[in-house]
Design a protein around this ligand. Sequence first.
Ligand SMILES: *Cc1c(COP(=O)(O)O)cnc(C)c1O
Length: 503
Amino acid sequence: MVQFDAREILGRLAELREGDAPTHGGRVLSYVYDSGVPEIDLLAADAIRMVQPVNGLDPTTFTSVAVMERDLIAFARGLLRGGEGIVGSVTTGGTESCLLAVKTARDAWRAAGGQGRPRLVAPTTVHAAFQKAAHYFDLVLDLVPVDVASGRVEADRIAQRLGSDVALVVVSAPSYPFASLDPVEAVAAQCDDVGIACHVDACIGGLILPFWSTGDGEAVPPWDFSVRGVTSISADLHKFGYAPKGASVLLHRDRDRQRLQYFATTSWPGYPVVNPTILGSKSAGALAASWAIVEALGADGFAELAQSCLRATRALVDIVGDIEGLRVMGDPVGPLLAVAADTSVPAESRVDPHHWADQARARGWLLQLQPGLEQADGTRLPHTTHLTVTPVTLERIDELEAVLRASAAEVRGVAAVAPADLLATLPADLLAGLAGGDASLDSEAALQVLRQIGLVGVEAGAGAASARLPERMAPFLALIETLPHALTERLLIELLARIVEPR
Ligand SMILES: *Cc1c(COP(=O)(O)O)cnc(C)c1O
């Protein structure tokens, strides 16, 4: 009989968890989606426990999986105004939904006679999951520049990129970086006219935009299956479905098209494999939790939570708009927004959004820093700070307002970290190496650079490294903006790889 001390083990886990950012209470304005209803979390935990030993791989053996999935698809397609013909799957998250939307489109394009590498057309603001999808499934990624003031793409600019090599156009409802709602109706119609598939990435908006209205109290322009030409939609249950991580839905308008999402083989000596999603054996935990939450809340419950998000978002837009030196980027649609420096006021009145976020962080509030980015046409998107609003935000809106105002006051007039100053702080030999733009560092050389930048402690031996996020993130983000993408990508890979190497 195995002997162990569960309390001691869980005690250590509890200690580890103390190092985590707080998942509840609204101080982290990204990553976590706190409904503010503890009963929902308890219900989800109980549901997970009940299916803990189930293998979600096979809904014919574990029939509860099929029933829960069916119910969730029915709920989602109702919200997204899709009829009987809309079919879909529950996936393990937004990224998997996006990957599968692209894989399906690629295979449909090939089935229709497409040869060579197909193109994926999307605005610069499309979620990075689509860059990953293009990389995994070997599509040419064609990113269309957005307006640098509003963060919105013009439908015409997408229309200009359409052609017979395009397997998929992706638009967002809304985009993650700026909460911009892409012109879905116009783009989808153009796609439909020439027979190109159009995916709406509603990973973040899918379960909340159905209950949203714009700043003027108008309905959100149509972006769902009511729009002609929309062929598929992704919507995350683990965002505004308030479910624990590991659940999303991917819906398709066309049954035959959706069958291309599947992988099946009977040509190995084992059990027949038929998977609509990427994983094989998988947990049914997040599925069961999502199902239970949808049963508990129903559309009315979701609507109520959305109202709380809507009020908090309106309040935040007003608060930020009222802070001298900051501006809300564009016209956000949904419970998220990005904040940029207001360059219409003199430099001494401006607030750099990254310094601002660092001040808020020192007060225990985590806002998400987003780097500036040069687009394919040479225009430059400003660096911004992202806030995702959840139902709990409203309860603490006064506290948050005080933090946002005080943080701005502390850094008003302080210039953004300048690339030249930043580079001057780096060792000369490192700079010489960087000038060569050499991103083909081996893991040892990459580790040395990380140490020189101060992102990795020097105490660690040759193998393991203790990563420490800097106290202030603004210089770190400036580094990302300044150095070549290939280099920062390589360095970040090293950082993330080293933190899980056994000490
Ligand atoms: C979150 C998100 C994704 C990817 O989702 P994950 O669940 O993090 O994998 C894709 N698109 C948008 C717009 C998102 O907000």
